[in-house]
Design a protein around this ligand. Structure first.
Ligand SMILES: C[S@@+](CC[C@H](N)C(=O)[O-])C[C@H]1O[C@@H](n2cnc3c(N)ncnc32)[C@H](O)[C@@H]1O
Length: 235
């Protein structure tokens, strides 16, 4: 599902996500703040899309392995920042990541990707397997309250597929993903063996106030995305 969606969105999505306020001044700063110091760290960036987050991580001194289910996104990421410190692979997070060794990363970043999976269990167990003990998963999803409100669904507590319409390069594009209640997201992380140590509803970056006051006001007053930092406990 997501593979086809993002293959089709292609370079239009790459341009969009490289400039739009929500990704540039809200999601990525929040992920980077939770990631903390990454210099010299081995980072797995899942759902890397066109490599914008990976590029920020490399700038900060990390070595990044990026994976994405969309071959087109992997190509665009590689074009953006592929090299010795950023390698990209096509891989589906819903399947075993056999090509990645146990305990081989200090940090996993998963920005706006897990909501494409109905069942988080197998993916989270794989992410924990490849994280060294003490390493952290830093992730963002659509805020459960915002999705429930936006789609006007009758039952907040259901996990269900929803279809949104995004305007990208002036064209309406349909995108499907799953919404779920907050309690289920938290429980999935715990069941996979993670310890959640931070849950964040961030403010937009201050630069956004001048660049786009309307979005700044919106992101400062309404929930949009939700952030978790979840640690793979040392044995
Ligand atoms: C909203 S974009 C993520 C944005 C990106 N993290 C960034 O910082 O620019 C979602 C990405 O997740 C990828 N994706 C969706 N389902 C996936 C899966 N099962 N396995 C791997 N990648 C997936 C999509 O192809 C898409 O590139």
């Amino acid at each position: 599902m997501a593979e086809q969606q993002y293959d089709d969105l292609g370079a239009d999505y790459a341009r969009h996500t490289g400039t739009n306020v929500v990704n540039v001044h809200y999601d990525r700063p929040a992920i980077l703040a939770l990631a903390g110091e990454v210099s010299g760290r081995r980072v797995l960036d899942v759902g890397c899309a066109a490599g914008h987050l990976a590029a920020r991580l490399v700038e900060r001194g990390a070595s990044v392995t990026g994976i994405d289910v969309s071959a087109e996104m992997v190509r665009l990421a590689d074009e953006r920042c592929g090299g010795e410190r950023a390698r990209f692979h096509r891989a589906d997070l819903a399947r075993p990541l056999d090509f990645l060794a146990d305990d081989s990363f200090d940090l996993v970043t998963a920005s706006l990707v897990l909501h494409y999976l109905e069942d988080w269990g197998p993916a989270l167990r794989e992410l924990r397997r490849v994280l060294r003990p003490g390493g952290a998963l830093v992730m963002s999803i659509h805020h459960p309250g915002e999705d429930w409100h936006w789609f006007g669904r009758p039952d907040y507590f259901r996990t269900e597929q929803v279809t949104d319409e995004w305007v990208i390069a002036g064209q309406p594009r349909r995108v499907r993903f799953y919404r779920r209640p907050l309690g289920q997201a938290f429980a999935a992380l715990r069941q996979a063996g993670f310890e959640v140590d931070q849950l964040v509803e961030p403010a937009p970056a201050t630069a956004c106030a001048e660049l786009d006051p309307e979005w700044f006001e919106l992101l400062s007053t309404q929930p949009r995305f939700l952030y978790f930092r979840a640690v793979n406990p040392a044995a």
